[in-house]
Design a protein around this ligand. Sequence first.
Ligand SMILES: Nc1ncnc2c1ncn2[C@@H]1O[C@H](COP(=O)(O)OP(=O)(O)O)[C@@H](O)[C@H]1O
Ligand SMILES: [Mg+2]
Length: 367
Amino acid sequence: MILKSLKFENFRNLAPTTIELSENISLFTGENAQGKTNVLESVFYLSTLRPIRPGHDRELIRFGAESALIEAVGTANGREHTIRIVLSANGRRRISVNGVAVKKISDYSGSVKSVLFCPEDLQIVKDAPSLRRRTVDLALCQLRERYRTALSEYNSLLKQKNTVLREKDHSLYGMLSVYGAGLANAGAVVVSLRKKYCDALSAQARIVAEELSSGRDSLSIEYRPPSGVDPDASSTDIAAALAEGISSHLSREKEAGTTLYGPHRDDLDILINGRSARTYASQGQARTAVLSMKLAEREIFLKNTGEYPILLLDDVLSELDASRREYVLNRINSGQVIITSCTDDIVGEGRRFTLAKGEINVSSSGQ
Ligand SMILES: Nc1ncnc2c1ncn2[C@@H]1O[C@H](COP(=O)(O)OP(=O)(O)O)[C@@H](O)[C@H]1O
Ligand SMILES: [Mg+2]
């Protein structure tokens, strides 16, 4: 979907307003803490139904307000759609599309798709596995409804299992095998789709990294599934292998008071010229690797859906050197892109907005 307009009421610090986006590049400039990331977050939320940083929806509501509204008008397959999301301080969320209430998330997901690249992403290479898993999860949840459902089931069972393990309540230990069976089945879908996605990401990111580094860096990404699992096997076989791993770890988990085994501990190996980027990559190489992964993600969305996702570039262009920045700007001629920046010299084209204390103003209405 291409977003034509966005309307906010009580969304973070943004003043109530409606803005008309460019179908190509929209650029938001302003000093720090004025609300630039908040604008991107509204689009991120429309596509993932999550805040950018792990947290609660209520944090999106303006301090002291009872509810927040994001309303987006967009076009998909030649038709216009109006999406309204109302978040309430009591935790309720109401979504409607073209005036019809959305009852199940599965009926909603899939219309707006986005890929976000923000400064924190530069830590994907060096940081703990959770950031790398999150990157994969955010993409797959948008691309495969089956994945989103399986992951949410997995996480909910994991939470229940961990409660029993943490409280060491022996009377509930009988439930552990029930949770184990559910975790193995949901986990098998997660593992299988993560593997396929990582293979596609690796192939695509390798091409971009090669171009970005003038052939110096050969990038590959390898999925690290739970031990004892062949992620290329059938879902049934993966589930059986997971079930075995789950039961063989159980006694240690009872001691530890938490779940030690399963796809919630998966990782990706990012390799540059065959060596672990986490250990050996220079700052510049790590930057190229992440940028390659993000641009690759965009291509994977295009292949899977026939349309580029909305690319959200949050304050990252000014951190790139001139040649990488040029490369990115050349790649974003097609597809919708929303860019934020503290400086005003980023792109020649596009519709420009300035942001000050949550007030958004159009400074140039170019396409
Ligand atoms: N729920 C909220 N209500 C009101 N203001 C908020 C809320 N959440 C964040 N803010 C404010 O938004 C501002 C940060 O906006 P942000 O989009 O991150 O700025 P930047 O322009 O640097 O990207 C901060 O001043 C912060 O206090
Ligand atoms: Mg910001």
